[in-house]
Structures are given as structure tokens and as C-alpha cells.
Design a protein around this ligand. Structure first.
Ligand code: GDP
Ligand code: PGA
Ligand code: MN
Length: 611
């Protein structure tokens, strides 16, 4: 680029900037010089700005406005058919030392990755607007809160970021000289040269989702989709934040966050749960109890940051401000709270469009519409023989629209945790609920979780894979060190540590039918969990933990489940011993980084199973 052009880019940054923080200005200038956008917009997060960007996108054909009476303020976006989910094989942790990324992450040395990326980013925003998106993860000024900026050339990403984070001027003003903040850069990798026409969903066949934990940076290229493009979410709030947490004594987790109130005693409890993607976090976060005695309120559905408080207990916040939820399977009968939340102001991605200008997806209603436009824009009827909505289609909606939102979501310093659940999607072996014997046993259970793959990941749906703490794709450092960090956290918390449980809503019978009704009826499991925390239930000890004693699990109203209860809780020593062998193999890849305590737990499990 000529010096004249470089000078004009520097001018462009200075003229448009809404901060005088020199560090921010310098970084934005560097990225602009590299990517060469036509214009720059510093996002203030206002409604005006939202209106302007949505209008431009509608005009350009990349957003479809939904009927104002049926779904006010809402839009449908259709992605490129090959850009529909996170791309884990294109996701890299670029720590200085390969061993710090560990065997479960793709690793490239930072300098080598920069050398690979810079030619791609060079001129990648030509013909486009570069948006500077400042955001706060957590309430601005909170004890657990962190700030960041995403630079992106995707207006779709900007709109989603405005829903998913506290985005705008207040966050930018919070980034003071010398303070810690995370730098993230995103380009769809589709420059518009020589007046080339834009497509409705620009992206590139080449994709890179790269993380530089040593310098708190994310560089994402080639994809416009969810976790690849909304860099506050998986990239920052999990991968980068997990490293920050390791260094600073806190935890960044793939967990939902719930508040429970016992309506008889008035006592409050808080619970978090780690389930892999598309394994029920959003649904549990919006739980509507089917048994009396409990009020359930939502705090978060995907990410929780955990930090010991002054009183020695473990406190948690939801750093996000919206839901990026899986649409299919969300319906009036399964998740009425989500359906109510989606009344308006929602961006839908890859769902179907109805003839009346509303949205539809599999499982939204019991009756299937006779005609739809499917997620790829084609005519669709029930006879078409293909899903109308993509299985990983999503809604993005402000959390404040949730009728069950807890006041605690606004709490600056978070809520104290009473219980932590670990779960996955397991057709066999894993009982409905089992309490871990100790913190270390709980860490072992979390570390050994396996789950059947879902549409949220590329790959074969249904295939079993290890997903420790539901963090396999999201841990920004060596997984063995991560387990070590959890073990240390337990030592620090001591008697104040939350109790740990393993759950599985997905066990099937011989005919492949779910044996546990799930959804609202999961309140029965939560009821047992809290009564265990309170020491009201004795439970029964098994080799894998404490399960409900006969009569302890409240089945009033679903007595038909009684006949399957033995199968729902069956623990088969032979299959568990076989899994223990697989765990040993799995652990082996971590070599001497594997904490001794986990080997000890594996030995103890085998002992209890009668080996
Ligand atoms: P998340 O991605 O972890 O937040 O998962 P969601 O809550 O969006 O759920 C993913 C899928 O699992 C949806 O199709 C839900 O309908 C389904 N699901 C959620 N909870 C349950 C449950 O308790 N039982 C069964 N059988 N399915 C569930
Ligand atoms: P999820 O996250 O798959 O955990 O729901 C969304 C995404 O990263 O695309
Ligand atoms: Mn979810």
C-alpha cells in the first residue's frame, strides 16, 4: 500500500474514533492498515445504530425482516450452506509452548500462525465497513467482569454482539490506559474488489479460528457463523478467559447458571451445570418445574465465570447478555420460557420462513406447516423429506426478555454456588443422577465425561467422544493443567466448595426411546440434588456415586416412569470397568501433566467396581 493510503487510513481511524485511548487507537489503526476497509464505524450500541445496520442489511438482501405483528423487530438470516457450525478442526490455540496447548487442542506457534494469517487478512476488508465493537463481559465495573473489542467486517456479527454482550460506548469508556482487555479481530475473508457484488452471506472456504493466549488476542477468518464470528463467546469467554482464569485464580466454564428458591422455606440456592453443546443447557436454564415447592429463575445458559469470594465461597456470573440458542426442539411443550422470550427483537439464523412471514423449525409446534421456505431459501412441504430448519439453526435474543430472568443476572459480583452438575448425552451406562463422593471425585467425573456428538459440531452425529467438563473444544490450555486448576480450587474452597453431581437425561431403552421424560421433569432431579446439599436425603452409595434411595426421587404425577427406574439408574460393573480402561488410555496422552489425584480416583473407581 502507498504511504498516501496509509496516511489516509490513520486519518480515518482518528476522525471516526470515539475514544482517545492511545493503545486502542494504535491497535485499530494497525488492523485497519492491514485489512484496508473502505470505512470505519465505532459502534455505540444504540438503538439508532441497530436500526441503521438492520436496514442496510435488509436492503442488501442479507436479512429478511419478519412480520412486524407476529415477530416485531426480528429478522431471519440464511448462512452459506457450508458455514453452519463451529469448525473445531480449524480452531487453534497458539501458545508459545506447544505443551501449554496440550494434546486436545490444535497448536501452531504464534509466529508461524501470524505468518500464515497476515497474508489472508491483508486487504481482507476491502470494499467493506470495518466495525469496531467494544463490549463488556459481565456488568461494567463488576468484580469478575472483563472488557474486549471485536473488530469485524460482518454487520451480522455486530448485531449479534449487541444482543450477546453489553456492547457499546460504556464498554469502550471502561477500557482505560494500561488496563487489561482482550483484542479480537474477525473477517469473513471476502473483500469486494473493483465494485464486485456482495453475496447475502459472505465467507471463505479457508477458515481459521485462532487464539493467542499469551497476548490475549483472537484472530478469526473466513466464517460468519456463531461461535466462529461472535468472538466474545467461545473464543474470549471460554478459550482466552480459561487461560486468564488459570493465571489469576478463577474459572471460565461452559456452564448454565440457575437460581432456585424453596417456596416453603424461602431459601435460595444457585446451581451451575456443564453439558456439551446441544445437550440441554438452554433448556435446563429455563426449567419450568413440574413439581410444587420450587421457583426456578434463569441467570445464564451457556457460560459461567467462577471466582472465590471474600467469604470463601465460589461465586458465579453469566458474562453474557443474550442467548444464542439451538432452535430445533425448542417448542411450547418443551421450553415455553424460550418461546415466550423469542416474542421479538430476535435474529434467527437458518430456520424456515412461513408464508405469513414468521419462523418455524422442527419441534416448534406439533402441527407441521403445509408450506415453508426452508433454511436454504427453497420451497418446502412435509413431503420434501429434508428438515426445513438446519439442525444447528439458532436464535439470538436479549436475556432481558426472559420471563424467568433472575435479578441476580444484574449482580455485579455474582451468586454463591451450592451445586455443580456435569452431564452429557449418553444412551447407556450413565445413571440419571449420582452425587460425587468428594470434590476430587467430582473433578474426576467432570474430566471423564463422554457424550454423543450433536449437530453443533462438525462430524458424525451420535458418535461418542470424551468431552471433559464440556470444555473439549473450549479449553484454551493443556486440559491436564485445567484439571489441576480445578483440584487446586477445591483445596482453596475446602468446606465451602459446592457439591458435585453427574446427570444424564438421555438414557434410552431397547427400542431407542428416552426413558426419562426430561425437560420440566428434570426439576425432580434438581429437587433431589438440593435436598442432598441440605442433608435431607440419605441416598444410596454405588460405585459411581450416591444415587437416590427408593422413594427419594419425587415421581408424583409421572408414576409410569417407576417401572423403568431400575434401568434409568442401572450401573453395570462390566461396562463401567470397560469405560475405566478407556479412561486410562485417554489419560495416558497427558503424560506426567496428569494430576496424581485423577489416577488415584481411577484406581479407587476400579476398586469399588470390584476389580
Ligand atoms: P444447549 O446447546 O446445551 O443449550 O442445549 P439445548 O438446551 O438447546 O438443547 C439441545 C437439544 O436437546 C434440543 O433439541 C432439546 O430439545 C434437547 N433436550 C434438552 N433437554 C432435554 C431433556 O431433558 N431430555 C431430552 N430428551 N432432550 C432434551
Ligand atoms: P454452542 O455454541 O454450540 O455451544 O451452542 C454456539 C456456537 O459456538 O456456535
Ligand atoms: Mn444453548
Amino acid at each position: 500500500m502507498s504511504n498516501a493510503t496509509l496516511a489516509s487510513i490513520t486519518d480515518l481511524v482518528r476522525e471516526t474514533a470515539t475514544t482517545d485511548n492511545a493503545e486502542v487507537l494504535q491497535w485499530v489503526t494497525e488492523v485497519a492498515e492491514l485489512t484496508q476497509p473502505d470505512s470505519i464505524l465505532w459502534c455505540d450500541g444504540s438503538q439508532d445504530e441497530w436500526n441503521r445496520i438492520t436496514s442496510e442489511m435488509v436492503e442488501a438482501g442479507s436479512l429478511i425482516p419478519l412480520d412486524k405483528n407476529l415477530r416485531p423487530g426480528s429478522f431471519l438470516a440464511r448462512s452459506h450452506p457450508a458455514d453452519v457450525a463451529r469448525v473445531e478442526d480449524r480452531t487453534f490455540i497458539c501458545s508459545e509452548d506447544e505443551a501449554d496447548a496440550g494434546p486436545t487442542n490444535n497448536w501452531v506457534a504464534p509466529a508461524a500462525m501470524r505468518a500464515e494469517l497476515m497474508p489472508l487478512f491483508e486487504g481482507s476488508m476491502r470494499g467493506r465497513t470495518m466495525y469496531v465493537v467494544p463490549f463488556s463481559m459481565g456488568p461494567v465495573g463488576g468484580a469478575i467482569t472483563q472488557l474486549g473489542i471485536e473488530i469485524t467486517d460482518s454487520p451480522y456479527a455486530v448485531l449479534n454482539m449487541r444482543i450477546m454482550t453489553r456492547m457499546g460506548q460504556q464498554a469502550l469508556d471502561g477500557i482505560t490506559p494500561g488496563s487489561e482487555w482482550v483484542r479480537t479481530v474477525h473477517s469473513v475473508g471476502a473483500p469486494l474488489v473493483d465494485g464486485a457484488e456482495d453475496s447475502a452471506w459472505p465467507c471463505n472456504d479457508t477458515k481459521y479460528i485462532t487464539h493467542f493466549p499469551d497476548t490475549l488476542e483472537v484472530w478469526s477468518y473466513g466464517s460468519g457463523y456463531g461461535g466462529n464470528a461472535l468472538l466474545s463467546k467461545k473464543c474470549f469467554a471460554l478459550r482466552i478467559a480459561s487461560v486468564m482464569g488459570k493465571n489469576e485464580g478463577w474459572l471460565a466454564e461452559h456452564m448454565l447458571l440457575l437460581k432456585l428458591t424453596n417456596t416453603e422455606t424461602g431459601k435460595d440456592y444457585h446451581l451451575s451445570a456443564a453439558f456439551p453443546s446441544a445437550c440441554g443447557k438452554t433448556n435446563l436454564a429455563m426449567l419450568q418445574p413440574t413439581i410444587p415447592g420450587w421457583k426456578v429463575e434463569t441467570i445464564g445458559d451457556d457460560i459461567a465465570w467462577l471466582r472465590p469470594g471474600k467469604d470463601g465461597r465460589l461465586y458465579a456470573i453469566n458474562p453474557e447478555a443474550g442467548f444464542f440458542g439451538v432452535a430445533p426442539g425448542t417448542g411450547e411443550s418443551t421450553n415455553p420460557v424460550a418461546m415466550e422470550t423469542l416474542w421479538g427483537n430476535t435474529i434467527f439464523t437458518n430456520v424456515a420462513l412461513t408464508d405469513t412471514g414468521d419462523v418455524w423449525w422442527e419441534g416448534m409446534t406439533d402441527t407441521v406447516p403445509e408450506h415453508l421456505i426452508d433454511w436454504q431459501g427453497n420451497d418446502w412441504t412435509p413431503e420434501s423429506g429434508r428438515p426445513a430448519a438446519h439442525p444447528n439453526s439458532r436464535f439470538t435474543v436479549p436475556i432481558q426478555q426472559t420471563p424467568s430472568l433472575a435479578r441476580d443476572w444484574y449482580e455485579q459480583d455474582g451468586v454463591p454456588l451450592d451445586a455443580i452438575l456435569f452431564g452429557g448425552r449418553r444412551a447407556t451406562n450413565v445413571p440419571l443422577v449420582a452425587q460425587s463422593r468428594s470434590w476430587n471425585h467430582g473433578v474426576f467425573v467432570g474430566a471423564t465425561i463422554s457424550s454423543e456428538k450433536t449437530a453443533a459440531q462438525e462430524g458424525t452425529v451420535g458418535e461418542l467422544r470424551r468431552d471433559p467438563f464440556a470444555m473439549l473444544p473450549f479449553c484454551g490450555y493443556n486440559m491436564a493443567d485445567y484439571w489441576g486448576h480445578w483440584l487446586e480450587m477445591g483445596e482453596q474452597l475446602g468446606e465451602n466448595a459446592p457439591k458435585m453431581f453427574q446427570v444424564n437425561w438421555f438414557r434410552k431403552d431397547e427400542d431407542g426411546k428416552f426413558m426419562w421424560p426430561g425437560f420440566g421433569d428434570n426439576s425432580r432431579v434438581i429437587d433431589w440434588v438440593i435436598r442432598r446439599v441440605e442433608g435431607e436425603h440419605t441416598g444410596v452409595e454405588t460405585a459411581v456415586g450416591t444415587i437416590p434411595a427408593p422413594g427419594e426421587l419425587n415421581l408424583t404425577g409421572i408414576e409410569e416412569v417407576e417401572k423403568d427406574l431400575d434401568k434409568i439408574f442401572a450401573i453395570d460393573p462390566a461396562s463401567w470397568l470397560a469405560e475405566a480402561d478407556l479412561t486410562e488410555e485417554y489419560f495416558a496422552q497427558f503424560g506426567d501433566r496428569l494430576p496424581q489425584a485423577l489416577t488415584a480416583e481411577l484406581d479407587a473407581l476400579r476398586e469399588r467396581l470390584g476389580k
